[in-house]
Design a protein. Structure first.
Length: 197
């Protein structure tokens, strides 16, 4: 394992590595979303259910096009005002995607979950701009409590992860998860953002 560092992180992730980092909410176990190899490593290390999609962190609306999502298309146009109202913030939003090219992300669910990180989260925002979108499920073995510290994450993953970046203790609630696959927004997990306020 390499020394803890945001500067080292860019190199590790660019080479399809996997790292544990502080995200805008909890600690996440992250890998490049555009690398099937990195994504499958995240699933393997975490012991994640193969049919359960991961949240993808992005830094801009333009990033959505990298996954074949066009907000001007008939299927997504109605949701653009909703997205622009809530992003960037701690809200993860499931957008329709069934293209087989992205099956390793949507896992046959019909959608990919995205969360936009803004410049307030300086290190993470810069990382996403430099490396591109990242899958970022919480840093824990599936079924266990999310790691609140790097020490807890290391107990879960030991040397299976290429790099750990310490961000202190993370007690921030997870993101609110909202599905836009139906005719109305549906809250799948209530987190730090209330979409009805």
């Amino acid at each position: 394992m390499k020394k803890n560092s945001w500067s080292t992180l860019k190199t590790v992730l660019a080479k399809d590595g996997v790292a544990v980092i502080p995200t805008d909410t909890l600690y996440g176990i992250v890998g490049k979303a555009l690398s099937k190899k990195a994504v499958e490593r995240v699933y393997q290390i975490k012991g994640r259910d193969k049919g359960k999609p991961c949240i993808v962190l992005i830094s801009s609306f333009e990033d959505l096009s990298k996954f074949g999502i066009n907000l001007k298309s008939a299927s997504h146009r109605k949701w653009e005002p909703f997205l622009r109202h809530f992003w960037p913030d701690k809200i993860s939003i499931v957008l329709a995607s069934s293209n087989s090219k992205w099956r390793y992300l949507h896992r046959g669910s019909g959608g990919i979950s995205f969360r936009m990180v803004g410049p307030k989260n300086k290190n993470l925002y810069k990382l996403l701009q430099d490396v591109g979108p990242l899958v970022a499920p919480s840093a824990n073995i599936q079924g266990e409590a999310p790691a609140r510290t790097i020490g807890e994450a290391k107990k879960y993953f030991a040397d299976q992860v290429d790099l750990y970046v310490n961000g202190g203790t993370r007690n921030i609630p997870p993101s609110t998860l909202v599905s836009l696959l139906g005719s109305e927004p549906k809250v799948l997990r209530q987190g730090s953002v209330d979409i009805y306020k």
